[in-house]
Every structure is written in C-alpha cells, then in structure tokens.
Design a protein around this ligand. Structure first.
Ligand code: SF4
Ligand code: SF4
Length: 208
C-alpha cells in the first residue's frame, strides 16, 4: 500500500489474454514469505497512496461501512513528493489537487502498519472493489508506457524482473492495466490524459 518500494523499471507491455490467476498465485506465495505491499512500516503512513471519494464509496458500499476504514491524512511534503515521482510531467496538477495545507484520505492501518482490509487469507475485498492503486501495483504508467515498481520484497518483481516477465507471471493483461491507470487518473482528479488541461469538476478533490 506504499507508493512504491524502489525505482521504476520501464518497459513496453503488449495486450494479451484474460485472467488474473497468476497474480493471485504469486501474491499468495509472496504473503507466505513476509510483508507484502499491503503493509507499511509504522510511522510511514503518510506515504500511503490517496483514496478517492469514488473508491472509498465503492468499498464502503460493499462492506456496508458507515465509518472507519479510512484516515484523513495531511498532504505532507513526503506525500506530495511521492506524487511528483508518480506524475513527473504533471507536478502542477499534483500541487493543485493536493495543496500543502489540504488533506486526503488513505487506507486505515493497524499498529503494525497492515491495511485494515488485510486478513490472514489476503485482502477481504473483491478485486473490482479494491482501490485502483492496489489493482495496478506493482505496475504503473508513465507517458503512456507500462512500467513496474521495483520494491525489494515484491516476489513478482524478483521473479519476473521485467515488465514482460511480470505480465506473464502475474497473468495480467497489459491493456487492462492501462485502462485501470486511466480510471485511477480520473478518480484522483487528474485529466484523462497526461498533459491535458483539467476537466471539471475534478472527481477526487476530497478536501480542497
Ligand atoms: S485494500 Fe486490499 S489490496 Fe489494497 S492495501 Fe488493503 S489489503 Fe492490500
Ligand atoms: S504485488 Fe508484489 S509485493 Fe504485492 S503481494 Fe504481489 S508479489 Fe507481493
């Protein structure tokens, strides 16, 4: 649930078949080895990615949550710096969406830094209900190209090593990842495509 665990390796993915059984398999083995991307070091919660109102509502509706599950977090310098890394050509958009004195929502964590929705058998949320960032990780998109984060503990990265290798081992279609990234952009309040002017209203301005 962190922004990323290291550098970003760039590569070119190609659309392929359907199915995410590979992701389930690899991530389950990763969970058996130790901390996964659903956990973070206590004290570093500010580095967690933002959850848009659309995503929060989808989770709350699914679990019939009236409260809890999310934390209002200030837009700290570290948080905004991470967003600048994710959207390197859109720093001004980031600054407008996440102003210095503002706040955003993030997933709630326990004292060990584990996401509130993480259980012994993994995430309790169906895939389609999870935040877009969770569904994308460890992939990301920069300038229309599929990239991967390179966190040390990510088994998918250790085994796949490249975008093509990780797509294959996780059995995730590249086209679906690109689509998810587009949906994340809209949910977080970014314009539909990198470099475009804002569309209004911005969908994810939780606490402007
Ligand atoms: S919502 Fe689910 S997939 Fe996302 S960080 Fe929490 S447990 Fe992991
Ligand atoms: S995405 Fe990587 S770090 Fe997260 S559970 Fe899967 S293999 Fe582990």
């Amino acid at each position: 649930m962190r922004f990323n665990g290291g550098g970003v390796d760039a590569g070119q993915g190609t659309p392929d078949g359907e199915g995410t059984r590979g992701r389930t398999y690899v991530c389950a083995r990763c969970a058996g080895l130790g901390p996964t991307c659903c956990e973070m070091s206590p004290g570093q919660e500010e580095a967690c990615f933002p959850v848009s109102d659309l995503e929060r509502q989808r989770i709350s509706d699914h679990l019939a949550l009236s409260r809890g599950g999310f934390v209002e977090e200030r837009n700290s310098r570290a948080f905004v710096t991470n967003l600048h890394r994710l959207f390197p050509r859109e720093r001004r958009v980031v600054d407008a969406l996440f102003p210095a004195r503002g706040t955003h929502l993030r997933l709630s964590t326990d004292a060990r830094g584990r996401c509130q929705f993480l259980a012994a058998a993994g995430c309790i949320l169906p895939n389609e209900v999870r935040p877009y960032y969770c569904r994308l990780f460890p992939f990301w998109v920069v300038s229309g190209r599929l990239c991967v984060f390179a966190p040390a503990g990510c088994l998918a990265h250790r085994e796949g090593r490249s975008v093509a290798g990780m797509l294959e081992s996780l059995d995730v279609p590249a086209a679906r990842l690109l689509d998810l990234h587009s949906r994340l952009r809209l949910a977080w309040g970014f314009p539909p495509e990198e470099g475009m002017a804002f569309v209004t209203p911005a969908l994810a301005r939780l606490h402007p």
